[in-house]
Design a protein around this ligand. Structure first.
Ligand code: URA
Length: 169
């Protein structure tokens, strides 16, 4: 599944891989993580409709559990195999700002040594766009162990997205 958004988008958001809902819909970030992403983008003053939203890995990797399809983390081979498509999306859209959501996207784009926990929310040098930054994946917010942690982490995520909003033309 490819990304979605205007061809002249200023911001490109890059996730890990489509989830179950995305695989069924054929569109990125339309499930629970996508709804939270939309909410947080709005709070940060970013209109999702003006962004290009995509994933590092283009297919949903899953394992069966009963009737459910459970997310399975993509491996290096899948990330490398899909990378030319992401590069092609970047070279066509030419975003001013690339935002990696979570460690898979951050490490695929910025290198294996990148640590989202340490390096989130600040701009990093990136050869394919003038500005680039990583933050956590919205799914991680949904997995927070309790309400208080989730609320705090959502606010941190919105703060990271505000860094992006601050450099919008
Ligand atoms: N998680 C992702 O990384 N991408 C999606 O499109 C949906 C959930």
């Amino acid at each position: 599944m490819f990304g979605e958004g205007p061809q002249n988008a200023v911001v490109m958001l890059v996730g890990e891989q489509p989830g179950d809902a995305e695989d069924r819909a054929g569109r990125p970030f339309v499930g629970p993580a996508g709804r939270l992403l939309d909410h947080c983008l709005g709070k940060a003053g970013i209109d999702r409709a003006k962004t290009y939203v995509t994933n590092v890995v283009k297919h949903f990797k899953w394992v069966p559990r009963g009737t459910r399809r459970i997310h399975s983390k993509p491996g290096t081979a899948e990330i490398q195999a899909c990378f030319p498509w992401l590069e092609a999306e970047i070279s066509v859209v030419k975003p001013q700002i690339v935002v990696a959501l979570g460690a898979t996207a951050a490490q695929a784009l910025f290198g294996k040594a990148f640590r989202v926990t340490q390096d989130r929310g600040r701009f990093v040098p990136f050869a394919l766009a003038p500005h680039a930054l990583a933050t956590v994946h919205p799914s991680a917010l949904l997995r927070a162990p309790d309400e208080e942690t989730r609320r705090r982490e959502i606010l941190r995520f919105i703060e990271d997205l505000r860094q992006v909003a601050a450099v919008l033309p």
